[in-house]
Structure formats: structure tokens, C-alpha cells
Ligand binder design. Structure first.
Ligand SMILES: Nc1ncnc2c1ncn2[C@@H]1O[C@H](COP(=O)(O)OP(=O)(O)O)[C@@H](O)[C@H]1O
Ligand SMILES: [Mg+2]
Length: 415
């Protein structure tokens, strides 16, 4: 120690400092103002031997090569540079702290090195676990998304029979009307033919009784009265089919990656009711109490799925015949929509569980227990809420409350 004090030490390291350095179990290197090593402690020598096991007396100064030029530049500017450096020994990672600073007109530099292999390995392990968790989370999120989508598709499947019936019915009478119209056209053409023949003859007036008889036989008066009715009915039938197909299209539309849009909840509720109508119409009368509501920023097809799940549940809660009450209104900066039924109701101790995934009181094939869980999730994603009031024997009312505008943070920034 003294040798360095007495030697070319630039006079910047006092004896007690050197003593502290010698005692340290961190590898410490003292440098002159040019960056030449003046002194290193035992810990530095041990570290050098670990890094150069083949050298009999490895020079600790070699370790200073691990400090990049840029490191020293930063140390000169900010007083210190800290870096983690992998070494030529696999698995051995060093934390290097290089200090530089002026003191009484002299430049002091020193370096401290710590073996952080264990910490670094632990951090690597943590990072790996974190990545694993993240990827599990991503997979779970995408599975949930798929579940949401498949529940929607399953509901559509369940509804398909009803919808098919709903479409078949108008198609049926449009088809039969077309048959009748075809007969009518045949009769009218026959009559036209009669008129034509009469006009071609030398004495058309003589054909009058014949034409009158033909007209009676073809029942033309009835046809003339019936045709507009048939046409009108057929047009209504086609319009009903078009509407159902449109609603189905809207319903099955996936807008997951699209931004939320200002949407008409009333239209959504009506078109969803249209789709499930076949399941409900034999059981329930529907009463509507709609207030004017503003457009709501949402993924409408997802909100429609919420409405559908609530409507189907309401229908299933009614045993024979009942009433479904739909209502909506505005409260402050929120819009609420409620679906009520006068069906079986939900016991109080069960009410807390109905939003749990897979909770169902229905027989296999009738319930998956996912409808309300998915409704809950969709509504939460829209920063809204869904709750229920119910009395066993009297019925239940589910209320969905949605903010008119989504909170600014959740909205993607305008480009
Ligand atoms: N309108 C309602 N009336 C009575 N019970 C209901 C109603 N809606 C939901 N429930 C109860 O909540 C449970 C969970 O509903 P849901 O998540 O839609 O699953 P599922 O309808 O497939 O059973 C139902 O099984 C039923 O017990
Ligand atoms: Mg359900």
C-alpha cells in the first residue's frame, strides 16, 4: 500500500482510502487521471483469476477493458457510469461502476466491479417467467375472445331454427301468392285474347255476350280485387325476410378490432328482438317504454349480444305465458336499457352467482351458463355496468347502463 502512496500516485489517494479499498470485498481499481491503473485490491485479483483461469498471475488491469470508451465519457460528464457487462466466462456477469471527478484540481478515477451473475441469472429467470406469464395471459385473452365469439355463434345456431322458421313463413306465402298470381295472369291473358279476337272480327259488338260470359267464367272481378292484396302481402313478406337477413348480418358482424362507434341502442335492441322473436312470440307479449336516448359510443354488435342473452333468459324464465318489458332512458351522461320479465325470478342467495361463468340452473342443452358472464364482460369493457333486481315468483329485471361517451383514455388517439 505504501509503495503506491510513495510512488506515482498523483498524490490523490490518501492512506485511509487505500486501507478501505484493501478491506473491501468488492473489486476496486484506482486509476490515474489518464486512466492507467495505479492500484487494485485483492478482490480485483480474485476476479481477474476467475476471468483468466489459465494465467498464473493475471493482471487485474485487463478487467478495465470491460469499460467501453463511451462509459468513461459518461463518467467524465456525469461523475459516474454504471453498466452490466457479460464476460468471456459464460454465466459470469459483472456490474461495473466507473467514477470520475475532480478533487483539489486533480482528476480522480476509480472503478468498482461486482459479480452479479446470481442476480443476473435470477433476473433472467424472472424475465423468462414474466414472458411466460405474458404469453399465457395473451393466450387466455384470445381464448376468451374465441369463447365470446363461439358463444355468440352457438346462440346464433340455437336461434337458427327459429330464424329459419321466421324466414320460411313469409317465403311460403310469397311462393303461394306467386302461384295464384300466375293463374290470374293466365286468366287475364285469356280475356285479352278474347278481346283481341272480337276486335279482329267484322262485327265486334256481336261478341259482347260471349266476352261477358268469358269474363264471368274467369272470375275477373275477383281477380282484379285480389291482385293488389296479393302483391302487397308479397312485398311485405320479402321486406320481412330482408330485414331479418340484415339483422342477422349486423348481429354476426365482428367489430372487435374496429373503433367504437356512436350507435343507436334502440335500433340494436329492436333488431335483436327481431332475431329472437320466434323464440319468444308464443310465450310472451312485449311491452316497450322507450325514452328518446342519444347515440352511445360502443361496439353495437357486442351490445346486441348482451341484449340477446337477456332476451333469451327472459323468455326461458317464463313458463307458459308472460310479459317482457323493454325500457330505456338517459340518466346524466349514461344511457340505461332494461329487460324485465314476470317469470320465475331468482332467489336472493343465487343472484350474486348468476354472472359467474358456467353457472346455470338449466338442463344440459338449454343453458351453458355463459350468457350473463359474457354480457358482464362486454358491458365492463364498455365501462358500463349490469345489475339485476328480482323476486322469486314475480320476475326479474336486468339493467344495462352504458356511458354515452367512452372515457378519453380508452379511446385511440386521433392520428
Ligand atoms: N331472467 C331471468 N330469470 C330467472 N333466472 C335467470 C334470468 N336470467 C338468468 N337467470 C339465472 O341465471 C343463470 C345464468 O344465466 P346465463 O349466464 O344466461 O346462463 P344460462 O342461461 O345458459 O343458464 C340461469 O341459469 C338462471 O338460473
Ligand atoms: Mg342464458
Amino acid at each position: 500500500m505504501n509503495e503506491i502512496l510513495g510512488m506515482d500516485n498523483d498524490g490523490i489517494w490518501s492512506e485511509d482510502m487505500l486501507w478501505a479499498v484493501a478491506m473491501s470485498d468488492l473489486a476496486v481499481f484506482l486509476l490515474d487521471s489518464q486512466g492507467q491503473m495505479l492500484h487494485s485490491n485483492d478482490a480485483a485479483r480474485v476476479l481477474a483469476m476467475r476471468l483468466h483461469p489459465d494465467d498464473v498471475r493475471p493482471d487485474p488491469a485487463q478487467l478495465l477493458d470491460y469499460i467501453p470508451e463511451q462509459g468513461w465519457q459518461i463518467a467524465m460528464r456525469d461523475g459516474r457510469w454504471i453498466g452490466e457487462v457479460p464476460t468471456r466466462q459464460t454465466g459470469l456477469v459483472l456490474e461495473v461502476k466507473a467514477f470520475a471527478g475532480g478533487d483539489r484540481g486533480l482528476c480522480r478515477r476509480f472503478v468498482v466491479m461486482t459479480d452479479i451473475s446470481v442476480r443476473s441469472a435470477r433476473e433472467g429467470e424472472l424475465r423468462r417467467r414474466h414472458d411466460e406469464l405474458q404469453s399465457t395471459y395473451d393466450r387466455l385473452a384470445s381464448a376468451q375472445e374465441q369463447l365470446l365469439q363461439s358463444e355468440k355463434m352457438a346462440s346464433i345456431g340455437q336461434l337458427a331454427a327459429g330464424v329459419a322458421h321466421e324466414i320460411n313463413n313469409p317465403i311460403g306465402y310469397v311462393h303461394s301468392n306467386l302461384g295464384t298470381l300466375q293463374e290470374y295472369v293466365g286468366a287475364l291473358l285469356a280475356l285479352l285474347d278474347g278481346y283481341h279476337t272480337a276486335l279482329q272480327s267484322d262485327d265486334p259488338a256481336a261478341s259482347r255476350p260471349l266476352l261477358r260470359r268469358l269474363r264471368d267464367r274467369l272470375d275477373v272481378d275477383f281477380i282484379v280485387g285480389d291482385v293488389p292484396k296479393l302483391l302487397e302481402e308479397s312485398r311485405e313478406g320479402i321486406e320481412r325476410v330482408t330485414k331479418i337477413v340484415q339483422d342477422l348480418k349486423e348481429f354476426s358482424h365482428v367489430e372487435r378490432d374496429e373503433p367504437m362507434r356512436s350507435s343507436d341502442l334502440r335500433k340494436g335492441l329492436e333488431s335483436t328482438l327481431n332475431i329472437v322473436w320466434n323464440d319468444l312470440k308464443y310465450k310472451a307479449k312485449v311491452e316497450k317504454h322507450y325514452d328518446e336516448v342519444p347515440l352511445v359510443e360502443c361496439h353495437l354488435s357486442e351490445i346486441n349480444q348482451v341484449f340477446m342473452n337477456l332476451l333469451i333468459n327472459a323468455g326461458q324464465a317464463i313458463a307458459e305465458r308472460g310479459l317482457i318489458t323493454l325500457a330505456m332512458g338517459t340518466e346524466g351522461d349514461e344511457v340505461w336499457v332494461s329487460v324485465g320479465d314476470d317469470g320465475v325470478g331468482i332467489p336472493e342467495d343465487v343472484q350474486a352467482r348468476i354472472f359467474d361463468p358456467f353457472y346455470t340452473t338449466k338442463p344440459i342443452g338449454h343453458g351453458t351458463g355463459l350468457g350473463l358472464a359474457i354480457a358482464y364482460r362486454i358491458v365492463a369493457k364498455h365501462h358500463g355496468r349490469i345489475d339485476v333486481t328480482s323476486r322469486p315468483g314475480a320476475g326479474s329485471t336486468f339493467r344495462v347502463v352504458l356511458p354515452i361517451a367512452q372515457p378519453a383514455l380508452s379511446r385511440p388517439r386521433a392520428k
